[in-house]
Design a protein around this ligand. Sequence first.
Ligand SMILES: [Zn+2]
Length: 342
Amino acid sequence: MPTKRKKKSARRVPAPAKKRPAKILFHVEGKMSTFGGPNDHGMSPSEGLALFEPGDLNDPRYADLFLPAPPPGTSGLGRRLNPDKYYFACRWNYNETSRELLRRSLARVENPQNGLAADARPVDWGPNEDTARVADLSPGLAAALKLNTDDLVSITIAAEPAVAAGTKKAALVRRAGHGSSNPNLKPPIKEFIESPFHSARNGGKIDKVVLHCTESSLPSTLREFQTGTRQVSAHYVIDRNGDIYQMVRDSERANHCMGANENSIGIEHVGGETDALAAAQAKASASLIRWLLAQYDIPRTNVFGHDFTPGYSRPGGTSCPDKLFGAAHSQATIAAWVEANV
Ligand SMILES: [Zn+2]
């Protein structure tokens, strides 16, 4: 974030690429609501599902999603869904994720506010775009993740665990927390405090992570990103104690790295000009970066310090990220830290 600039002195030295994360077939983040089951009077008694047909009731791979008998007065599969099972609907593009693929997929559904996540099955197309929501979840799934209507949800389908459609109820997963060794789990977000300073990515694919030093305290950073006249922001702010705040959705462009915002995720780290990362902060950052790399299929070599980001175009450069990742102001310092910690 800093306003100070410094002449660029070092060249980027990328570290060798390591293991490749699972391919992401589908990802969405946004508001949710609930649907399906005997008590969903927003669905007509005869309303069906986009991904399933009455014949599927007899298929052991799918029967588990439904109640054994239709609720009185209903004939459609929508009201016959078992509301305790973990299922959901999104507005699918069947050219990208075919109906057949969706019928046998398990998605990871996450509540970014509290770190709860569960695996769930796609069953329908929706909600209508007019609702400004991106997904409808089963009442049981929403309750398990402690989600209420219009809360934010994040849904991902990866190439694996595209499992054979199982009949077991998906397990609820409480995240291990900061430093989790599982690269596919997002570390808990302490609070989502929306910054107004974001815009559309215009289809830009997320392909890099940019690391910053706030050069100011947590409260002043959060305030700056909400009301500052410079209109700057970042997706994440990590406090010295490891608490992670999210301020811009990943799907949106934040204003953190002039010239390189369209394809990047920005992470601010609370610290002064001469500070190194605090231990808990380093752990949280590594955990978040690990998750981002897996989530968006970003190569490990595409984690940059602010000043060394390809496309960064502010005249004169910046001293950011200062000494957080090592004493020398160089991308080699960042790359070495990523190699050792992420
Ligand atoms: Zn910066």
